[in-house]
Design a protein around this ligand. Structure first.
Ligand SMILES: C[S@@+](CC[C@H](N)C(=O)[O-])C[C@H]1O[C@@H](n2cnc3c(N)ncnc32)[C@H](O)[C@@H]1O
Length: 604
């Protein structure tokens, strides 16, 4: 029997924005896993040869990744084009060819039946068939740049459509050339659909999560959990690549952000676009005093106070302006009924969080730095609405053109130490717990979101402290070292003996005890053979305050591995991932290389 799915020669061109070696490592790991075969790296010279041979088009030579490896070559025994389309994270275009005559057209159509026509180009000629396939996630990454360049939602959609067409066909058109070049050459790695909906400290890189799901999910459609869901990156990325998921987080603002993304992905785009427009019009009416601002302020009087620890530090005239802007925005959002106002509330929360930025510093005495940007919250809110409308429009097109059916995903408020799920429910956990409180600036996750949470009425100003105490990693928690394994215990003992750091010793003990409890829960809800990919800090470095000399480096990977093992999980793999993070406030020696670790744990 003639089988066209076999023995295809594939060329996979990498996205240009893969800069770090570890990203390349993830790209390779994921691509090999999805193809089921090993890859041969190719250089730009080899790409040129492939153009000479007529396999690639001259436009494929443009905006290649910098570095020795620009793509891969592979020979696959069995080709699954639909899987490559939906799952590949790091590839801009897959070109594949095999020998076939024109009479095999029907076989080709069958093989590509589940790949939507807008994303694949197939041609027959001189005894072979050749296809060019644009993976979904490359398009989703381009959407961010297209949205930033476009004047309105229609233009954003047109830009994305044109870029897809140009890459798919390997031809550029004069009219769209410039903007397509901007989209294709952009180096940003995080602008994936709704990922930028809200500022969020320590969120996942979308494609890292996809690589983890693609590589460590043991079955074709693993049921995924993120017990520290945060802004919902793992849940969003799982949904886009077709994996069902559930998530919890103890912080209600995080759950609101993750719910907004889930709604944006699945909801009626027409209703979402309409809601965004209504809100924008309403803001303009309130600002032009066609509607009474007095009424808006009265109505929201309970919410629109700054938490007291901040109010003392913000000048009264700034507070007045803030309260007006928040009242206008909240009143406008109220014009939109039902769940569709969730993304709008998140867009406002983002504007407030960008206006008032602060982070906690030092050693746990509540010292923080505060900066208030000059832009007005209401203007930032409006520009968030514009960005949102354009992204919704692009997503509407992409979802329809790619025939995407999104699997179920739920997110709710919950505690990772007491997971609200039955034993053996999940195949895969991809997560990242909070950092330990011993490292500077990380002791108050919730307080740093307080202005937005209070303004949106998510928590009362007087509840913040109490909620903060519930968070894993909070400096306000404490316990003794009994029950901790040796490495964790030694670190706590060292801190307790250090004059400067003893203030955080009990909180650090509690952090390790909480993490241990969470790891027990992770084991309980995993099915046998299931895995947990946990992203943690590789190490924690303690500095002498003034000289910035290193006092001690703590092997966090070793400690968490030990906590996992004593709680019944196997450490299957350890990957170190270098990050491009430069933050002199968070880390005094900010130019030192900074690594996170992906710990792959298995339930045997
Ligand atoms: C590093 S962030 C996760 C960010 C997430 N990966 C993302 O992409 O947005 C850690 C999260 O753990 C949450 N958290 C802290 N204590 C928790 C607990 N006891 N149960 C569940 N979540 C908790 C925090 O609210 C925070 O959102």
């Amino acid at each position: 029997m003639y089988s066209l799915g076999r023995n295809w020669m594939l060329i996979l061109k990498l996205r240009n924005n893969i800069e770090l070696e570890c990203d390349l490592q993830l790209a390779e790991m994921e691509t090999e896993h999805l193809l089921g075969c090993s890859l041969i790296p190719i250089s730009s010279c080899e790409l040129e040869d492939l153009v000479q041979q007529g396999v690639l088009s001259p436009t494929d030579l443009k905006h290649c990744r910098r570095g020795a490896v620009v793509g891969y070559r592979a020979v696959v025994e069995t080709l699954n084009p639909a899987l490559l389309f939906r799952r590949l994270s790091f590839i801009e275009i897959v070109v594949g060819y095999t020998s076939a005559e024109t009479e095999h057209t029907n076989h080709v159509s069958q093989l590509f039946a589940d790949v939507p026509a807008s994303f694949v180009h197939i041609e027959f000629g001189s005894g072979k068939v050749l296809f060019r396939l644009v993976p979904l996630n490359a398009v989703a990454e381009w959407s961010d740049i297209a949205v930033k360049r476009a004047a309105n939602p229609d233009e954003a959609v047109q830009i994305v459509q044109k870029v897809v067409q140009m890459v798919r066909e390997g031809k550029s058109t004069v009219r769209w050339h410039k903007v397509a070049e901007q989209v294709l050459s952009a180096r940003i790695t995080t602008g994936h659909l709704f990922h930028g909906l809200h500022v969020y400290k320590a969120k996942f890189f979308p494609r890292m999560v996809r690589a983890l799901i693609n590589t460590f999910g043991s079955c074709e459609s693993p049921y995924l959990l993120d017990p520290y869901a945060g802004s919902g990156t793992a849940l969003t990325e799982a949904s886009v690549i077709g994996i069902p998921s559930a998530g919890i987080d103890i912080d209600p603002l995080s759950v609101l952000i993750a719910s907004a993304k889930a709604l944006l992905l699945r909801g009626s785009t027409a209703a979402l676009l309409e809601g965004t427009q209504i809100t924008r019009d309403y803001v303009d009416m309130l600002r032009s005093k066609q509607l009474s601002l007095f009424y808006a302020r009265e109505k929201h009087a309970n919410y629109i106070a700054l938490p007291s620890f901040l109010a003392k530090r913000v000048p009264p005239e700034v507070q007045e302006e803030l309260l007006d802007d928040i009242a206008i925005s909240l009143s406008a959002i109220e014009a939109v009924r039902g769940d569709f106002n969730v993304p709008l509330r998140v867009a406002l929360s983002d504007a407030i969080s960008r206006k008032i930025k602060f982070r906690f510093l030092g050693l746990g005495y509540g010292r923080f730095s505060l900066s208030i940007t000059s832009g007005r919250v209401v203007e930032m809110f409006k520009s968030n609405l514009d960005y949102l409308a354009k992204t919704i429009a692009v997503w509407e097109w992409l979802r329809a053109a790619a025939h995407l059916h999104l699997p179920a995903s739920e997110v709710r408020v919950g505690d990772a130490r007491h997971l609200p799920f039955d034993d053996r429910t999940f195949d895969l956990i991809v997560t990242s717990p909070p950092y330990m409180p011993a490292s500077s600036g990380r002791e108050n996750y919730l307080k740093s979101k307080a202005p937005a949470m209070v303004a949106l009425g998510i928590v009362g100003a007087d509840e913040i402290e109490e909620r903060e105490r519930m968070l894993i990693g909070s400096v306000q928690r404490s316990c003794d070292v009994n029950g901790l394994p040796p490495r964790a215990r030694e670190v706590v003992a060292w801190m307790a003996s250090d004059e400067i750091r003893q203030v955080k010793a009990a909180a650090t003990a509690s952090y390790f005890a909480d993490l241990a409890q969470s790891l027990r829960e992770i084991r309980r809800v995993l099915r046998p053979g299931g895995r947990c990919a946990m992203v943690i800090a590789r190490q924690h470095t303690f500095y002498r305050y003034k000289s910035r000399e290193v006092v001690r480096v703590i092997d966090n990977t070793g400690i968490v591995s030990e906590l996992a093992q004593v709680n019944g999980l196997d450490v299957e793999k350890i990957l170190h991932v270098e990050l491009n993070k430069q933050n002199t406030v968070a880390r005094p020696r900010s130019l030192d290389a900074y690594y996170e670790t992906i710990l792959v744990l298995g339930r045997g």
